[in-house]
Design a protein. Structure first.
Length: 366
């Protein structure tokens, strides 16, 4: 293009090109230089921010198969986010510095009427990216919910404010979730009271536990790293929600078998007090009651038996076996002074023998 033709083109397309200094050719070049500067800065910033996000320890360690597919999506999002961040921040800072008012500039800025080409571009490109993300999101969902035939079944019971884990195929109940490495475990989640949510950050996946037998929720985990983890509740569920943690231990398959056998034996042996102690742990009594004199959500069990207790209506009651029985089955009939009526009833949840074991354990705590 000859210089004069360029000037005419420039004038005609003034609004499209958004050129302040038109028709001088110098203006076009100046404008292009800014665009080049900004593009280079955007690329550099994107690179630095995504490196930072990649190498900062933002996520806990990857301890399950499910974590891998979720983290892959995370890092793709991090890269897109880095670019969007750079696009906004670089343009803003560049304009602030380079186009600042150097004094004496009182003219209003140029008026622009939009740019159809640019608008189509910035609609289509994000649309394609979002559709692509929806696609890999669906793929990842299929990955983390894939069912394997030889999965280990564990029934997880959530309650205020602890967890209980049952292995129905082995008749074992535990307060620690033991899992074999490299084998899929399917967790059947339920709640005894309000909504809780099962979450081990190292496994990434999370699922609510809902009250009611018809609302069993499943979560599948295939651990790939042995070690100690912690399940926490991810749904605000009352006073001690923040302390609703239980240990999760991932072991080699052989070690898992040994643990199962030791648990099965433990259930058969032991006297009433030992069984009662184990029961108080698995039923979650000890998340509200201490055995060493400290007051938790409920009264301590230390020195409880054989002493008088004051109820909220002022009456004094002797703590004997009958009182303990009532306290377990109809906890809200007699409320201990200074406490809230929040203890759940265990009517129908415990056998006569289990109630006797619990009472034997409470009697032993002096
Ligand atoms: Cu909870």
């Amino acid at each position: 293009m000859a210089a004069s033709a360029k000037v005419v083109y420039c004038l005609k397309n003034r609004h499209k090109l958004q050129i302040r200094a038109c028709p001088q050719e110098r203006g076009v070049m100046k404008y292009l230089r800014h665009f080049l500067n900004v593009s280079v800065l955007v690329i550099i910033t994107t690179f630095i921010v995504s490196l930072l996000l990649e190498f900062l320890p933002l996520l806990p360690q990857q301890a399950s198969v499910e974590a891998i597919s979720i983290d892959t999506m995370f890092s793709m999002h991090f890269r897109v986010i880095s670019f969007l961040f750079a696009l906004i921040v670089v343009f803003m800072l560049y304009s602030l510095v380079v186009f600042r008012n150097r004094g004496g500039e009182t003219d209003p800025g140029d008026h622009f009427e939009g740019n159809t080409g640019l608008e189509i571009f910035w609609t289509i490109v994000p649309l394609i990216i979002v559709i692509y993300f929806a696609f890999i999101g669906a793929q990842s969902l299929a990955d983390v919910t894939r069912t394997e035939p030889d999965a280990l079944e564990v029934d997880v019971i959530a309650f205020q404010w602890s967890w209980s884990f049952e292995y129905p195929a082995y008749g074992v109940t535990s307060t620690t979730l033991y899992l074999p490495k490299d084998r899929q475990t399917v967790l059947n989640l339920t709640s005894r009271d309000v909504i809780h949510s099962f979450w081990v950050p190292e496994f990434r996946v999370k699922q609510d536990a809902l009250p009611g037998k018809d609302f069993v929720r499943q979560l599948r985990i295939t651990p790939i790293k042995t070690g100690d983890y912690m399940v926490r509740c991810a749904e605000l569920c009352g006073g001690a929600h923040a302390y609703m943690n239980s240990p999760v231990v991932v072991v080699e398959p052989e070690e898992f078998e040994i643990w199962l056998i030791s648990q099965q034996n433990a259930g058969e042996t032991g006297d009433s007090v030992t069984r009662g102690k184990a029961l108080a742990e698995t039923m979650g009594c000890l998340s509200c009651h201490s055995t060493d004199g400290t007051t938790l959500v409920g009264p301590t069990w230390k020195n409880m038996y054989g002493h008088e207790v004051t109820l909220i209506d002022g009456t004094r009651v002797m703590v004997d076996e009958l009182y303990l029985r009532r306290a377990i089955l109809q906890p809200n009939d007699e409320i201990v002074e200074g406490f809230q009526p929040i203890m759940p009833s265990y009517e129908g949840l415990l056998t006569e023998e289990q109630i006797a074991d619990l009472i034997a354990y409470m009697k032993s705590l002096e």
